[in-house]
Design a protein around this ligand. Structure first.
Ligand code: NAD
Length: 323
């Protein structure tokens, strides 16, 4: 039986990845600073631990065939783009990566996965909301628009150097806006899909929701099941990456909000206000993943958003009843 460690197993993507690995017959150890707040933890062994501590990282990777390094100090635009958390984001995430990778090498782990982000792409290629450029080879000259993106870029390079100089097998993916049930939907670290679902769910018929920026900025969003599928396919392939794991269904933020309002069945209007918004346009470019993995995400955005909206609405109502 293969043994895998999921770092960040108390988080959104980590939690789903644990379930996926279990369904494939893996024995899974999970580690995180916190328990999963929004979902079940199905790991065989779950450790509350801090991966900034090299001893903890050493203990966690012991006996593992594969390691999935998803632990990071992260959040949505309200956390990443205000500038208030930059030192924490860089220090905490870099330490997790340095420790887990080095410990994995010394413990003889066979393969390690690293979750980078589309936030590492240069801002100058993402100024036109209708025509952003995020092909993997457009990463340099580097100019991410956030310290979160700079740390991701540093860590991608770290994993690739460990492969080059020490021979450890690595896989690097650049996730583009992953969403779905069991993600953070309140508390300040939630990302746009969950934040908009929560706002629409809270707003009575005839009311309005606030949307950050002019709403003409564009993004694409990928449903969690397809993200996890991409991670597993990459791990099983012989391609190191970096490779985009994202959707190519680009949408403006106002149209995205309208889609969620439509799903809710309510009559709600949109009020655009000033707020942190990141780059003007971003979309996944799936040419490389199609070529290397002979697969790319294909589920329509609306399908995933219907599941996500109804999950967040149920969570919110359950919480109100508890109070
Ligand atoms: P998340 O915040 O839900 O999960 C990250 C987990 O890491 C959290 O549970 C957190 O407690 C844990 N963690 C942080 N510091 C730790 C430490 N020192 N020791 C142990 N655990 C620690 O985020 P997510 O959405 O599940 O993202 C997972 C990974 O994917 C992250 O590396 C993130 O940067 C990357 N990513 C996510 C997205 C997205 O849209 N969700 C997009 C691009 C990249």
């Amino acid at each position: 039986m293969k043994k895998a460690l999921v770092c960040g197993a108390g988080g959104f993507i980590g939690g789903h990845l644990v379930s996926r690995l279990k369904s494939e017959g893996y024995w899974v150890r999970g580690v995180d600073l916190k328990e999963h707040e929004f979902g079940n933890n199905e790991s065989d062994e779950f450790v509350l631990g801090d991966l900034r501590d090299p001893q903890m990282a050493k203990k966690m990777v012991e006996g593992m065939d594969e390691v999935y390094q998803l632990a990071a100090d992260m959040g949505g635009a309200g956390y990443i783009f205000t500038g208030d958390n930059d030192a924490h984001v860089m220090h905490n995430s870099a330490l997790c990566n340095l420790n887990v990778l080095d410990a994995s090498l010394h413990a003889g782990v066979k393969k390690i996965f690293y979750s980078s982000s589309a936030c590492m792409y240069p801002e100058y290629n993402q100024l036109d909301p209708d025509n952003p450029k995020c092909a993997e080879d457009s990463a340099y000259p580097a100019m991410p628009d956030s310290e979160y993106g700079w740390e991701k870029l540093f860590s991608e390079r770290l994993y690739l150097t460990y492969n080059r100089n020490h021979g450890i097998d690595v896989r690097v993916a650049r996730f583009h806006n992953i969403f779905g049930p069991q993600g953070t939907w309140e508390g300040g670290r939630e990302k746009a899909p969950a934040a908009l679902c929560r706002k629409v769910s809270e707003t009575p018929d005839g009311g309005h929701i606030e949307v950050w920026g002019d709403g003409l900025q564009t993004r694409s969003f990928l449903y969690i099941d397809e993200c996890v599928e991409g991670v597993r396919r990459l791990m099983e392939s012989d391609f190191l990456g970096p490779v985009n794991i994202g959707s190519e269904e680009m949408i403006s933020i106002n149209d995205f909000a309208k889609m969620i309002i439509d799903i809710s069945g309510k009559n709600i209007s949109i009020k655009n206000i000033e707020g942190p918004e990141g780059v003007r346009g971003r979309n996944s470019d799936n040419e490389l993943i199609s070529k290397k993995l002979e697969w790319k995400p294909s589920q329509p955005l609306r399908e995933g958003m219907e599941k996500t909206f109804h999950w967040i609405e149920a969570q919110r109502k359950a919480k109100l009843q508890e109070a």
